[in-house]
Design a protein around this ligand. Structure first.
Ligand code: AMP
Ligand code: MG
Length: 501
């Protein structure tokens, strides 16, 4: 079990980039879950290895921070960030500690970090801890995102600490261990830009290139290529969020990864009933990070990133700004393209020319419009659409039942079926394709809430494991697990989500 070793290339960046800091031990760590699939990919366990009691004690030690691996040099990273549009020059890992990189079977390496592992010099007034609820939420949602094929940080383990944390009330404490292609954020670059430290901005860019975008090192203008690569990845990522009804909830620049992965699951949520402007986060009072604002906020954040790199683009600032503008324009193009491609796939539309694409956009927008008016469940609408044949029939009731006024969807289905007549695939081929992009199961808010209640109030983790198991195979209808498909009953609706910090 102890056959792996951490590398730490971040430490070579030098003192200004971090605080060397060990996790603060906890009194009674206990393993809730170890992601053995990911653990095997990282060489921590042999594939198919059964975790015994001795392993569990080792893993609880490792993932609580009580046990520091011989090869790990733990540290807290420095960063800044725009929080709800306001710049904060000093954020950083206030409750997270970086353990180093582990080699991944696919060739790259993943960064490993504990979250909830105690104070650091960046904790400000925080206790450096995490409550159990947000740990379970991040575990479930990040792993669900991975299984939905959305780039994301992953959950490697979750533990309880045996300690309580003080929030509005006393809550059981937890620690999540997560992995990422990079924990560098837009805010990491802003931290040095703000100090007018161009040398460190360049060192950080070089580190990111080496770790995450090695191919740009070969190009004539690596820093410009870096911006473009980051911009394009982020555009594709947000287009995927939109296709699954995912709302990040706190897209501050310190919560936007430079590797194009979804990061920092706080008050995030998947939408049940479709609403263009849906906001769940209790702290997002003006809807800055509402569902339909995510694409433009992504661009805003990337514009902040581009600003940090300007000195690396050209000596003449005006020329550098022009270069950045051209690349940011590509964000809009990539996002629009990816959004349309995703939504067309969700609707089973595959033949494409420019005219058809334009008409498809109108068709998709009108579906979203009637979903909004009728508060149709986002996931179930596309799930039921994936069952339909070209010819109207009994199956149509599945989708009709989701709409307050079924006439609206009837009229839309007529248009959709007309459009399908120019497709070459038969019903079964089209349905197969649609089912591979329209999940049956998403981590619904009310189900996560039920998981948290059981764990916090009754020390019962069975609902957590059960929900996790369903989300392992989100595109596959699972016999006996129909309840997990359902949106909340009125009394179960979760109106707000919280950071839990
Ligand atoms: P987040 O809302 O998770 O993106 O966190 C924003 C900033 O607050 C980051 O610098 C975190 O490290 C810090 N932070 C959040 N919660 C805590 C906590 N309980 N203790 C210390 N720092 C925290
Ligand atoms: Mg954060």
């Amino acid at each position: 079990m102890n056959n792996f070793s951490f590398k730490n290339r971040y430490i070579d960046l030098g003192k200004g980039f971090y605080e060397l800091r060990k996790p603060t031990p906890v009194t009674q760590p206990s393993l809730i879950k170890f992601n053995d699939e990911l653990g095997a990919e990282l060489g921590m366990v042999a594939d198919g290895h059964d975790i015994d009691k001795q392993d569990e004690v080792f893993l609880a030690g490792l993932f609580s921070g009580n046990l520091i691996h011989d090869t790990s040099e733990p540290l807290a990273m420095a960063y800044a960030g725009h929080q709800f549009g306001h710049f904060n020059p000093q954020l950083g890992d206030g409750r997270a500690i970086y353990l180093g990189e582990l080699a991944h079977v696919e060739g790259s390496s993943l960064d490993v970090q504990l979250k909830g592992s105690g104070q650091t010099c960046y904790s400000r007034n925080g206790d450096g801890r995490a409550a159990l609820g947000p740990v379970l939420r991040e575990y479930l949602v990040s792993e669900a995102m991975h299984k939905l094929n959305v780039p994301t940080t992953r959950a490697l383990a979750a533990v309880t600490t045996g300690e309580e944390v003080v929030r509005e009330q006393l809550l059981p404490g937890g620690i999540i261990t997560r992995t990422a292609s990079s924990f560098i954020r837009v805010g990491s670059f802003q931290y040095f830009q703000m100090q007018e430290d161009a040398v460190s901005v360049k060192a950080l860019a070089d580190y990111v290139i080496e770790r995450n975008y090695p191919y740009v090192a070969e190009t004539q203008k690596p820093y410009i290529e870096l911006l473009e690569a980051v911009v394009l990845r982020q555009a594709s990522l947000i287009a995927q969020w939109m296709a699954y009804g995912f709302i990040h909830g706190v897209m501050n620049t310190d919560n936007m990864s430079i590797a194009g992965e979804t990061i920092d699951y706080g008050p995030c949520a998947f939408m049940d009933f479709y609403n263009h402007g849906q906001v769940y986060s209790s702290i997002d009072r003006n809807g800055r990070y509402a569902y339909n604002n995510q694409a433009s906020i992504g661009l805003w954040n990337l514009s902040r990133f581009a600003e940090t790199l300007l000195p690396l683009f050209a000596d003449d600032i005006d020329a550098a700004v022009e270069i950045a503008k051209d690349i940011l324009q590509k964000y809009i193009e990539r996002y629009d393209e990816a959004w349309l491609a995703n939504m067309r796939a969700k609707c089973g539309l595959s033949t494409c020319d420019d005219v058809a694409a334009n008409d498809d956009k109108t068709l998709i927008e009108s579906l979203l419009e009637i979903m909004h008016e009728n508060q149709a469940d986002f996931t179930l609408t596309f799930y039921h659409l994936s069952q339909l044949n070209v010819r109207p029939g009994d199956k149509d009731t599945g989708i009709r039942d989701l709409f307050k006024k079924p006439d609206a969807i009837d009229a839309w289905l007529v248009r959709w079926r007309q459009r399908l007549s120019s497709e070459t695939m038969d019903d079964s081929e089209r349905q197969q394709g649609m089912r591979s992009v329209n999940p049956v199961y998403i981590p619904r808010n009310h189900q996560i809430e039920a998981v948290i209640r059981a764990a916090e109030d009754h020390d019962d983790f069975a609902p957590f494991h059960a929900l996790h198991a369903v989300l392992q195979d989100p595109f596959q209808y699972q016999q006996g697990r129909q309840a997990y498909m359902l949106p909340p009953e009125p009394e179960e609706v979760v109106l707000q989500t919280f950071c839990g910090t």
